[in-house]
Design a protein around this ligand. Sequence first.
Ligand code: AMP
Length: 170
Amino acid sequence: MTLENYIRDIQGFPKEGILFKDITPLLNDANATKECVKILVNGLEGKQIDKVIGVESRGFLFGMLLAQELNAGFIPVRKPNKLPYETISASYDLEYGSDTLEIHVDAIQKGDRILIHDDVLATGGTAKAVCELVERLGGEIVQLNFLMELTFLNGREKIKEYPIFSAIKY
Ligand code: AMP
């Protein structure tokens, strides 16, 4: 099975100049979704995981499936003011302005082995902010995995101190 066949390119979404990688055809197919989970789990090479982080919002989809498959807990990292309990936050720069992500203060116990998941690694700003949150709470980052990596944006460079796995590279 070729996972690429289940990713749809949408030119100019959500704004001009962006080639959006739409994963809804993948989600729409049970076998392709299962295969994708299998590929991401294989990419871990048997490393033990206590908690999987999914990054709002598309990171929640496979993040939760991965957590179940790995027998690990799931942690949502969300945009500001979405999480109800006490949070810490990390900000990162965008092309114009900045953005912020939050995590519950009690989501990670010191020494927890963490897998960070998101759908796309683009410039790496999002992933780097999530790494900062995990380390501030005392978690150990075992790997970051992505359905897709846009290699021409060099996002890897921002998170090069951590192991990275991506199911598809463009
Ligand atoms: P970045 O912080 O630049 O690595 O961007 C990563 C975040 O933006 C991820 O949460 C992705 O869901 C989203 N993203 C960035 N570029 C794309 C793209 N071309 N298609 C779909 N999602 C994207």
